[in-house]
Design a binder for this molecule. Structure first.
Ligand SMILES: [Zn+2]
Length: 62
């Protein structure tokens, strides 16, 4: 699971937690968020998020 950071306001989307306020279930991958999903804090779209790369890079088993 990864986290994505809003580059505008710093909100963190954590795939493990989802976004309950917007009916996003726990474990929803960022790429699987609906296109209309926006930052709950500032309202920008997914294109203004970037992946948070620190730690937890041991999770990918491709
Ligand atoms: Zn934001």
């Amino acid at each position: 699971m990864a986290r994505y950071i809003c580059t505008v306001c710093g909100y963190e989307y954590n795939e493990e937690d989802g976004d309950a306020d917007n009916d996003i279930l726990e474990g929803t991958l960022f790429e699987d968020l609906p296109a209309e999903w926006t930052c709950p804090m500032c309202g920008v779209g997914k294109e203004d998020f970037e992946k948070d790369f620190d730690e937890e890079e041991d999770d990918d088993e491709e």
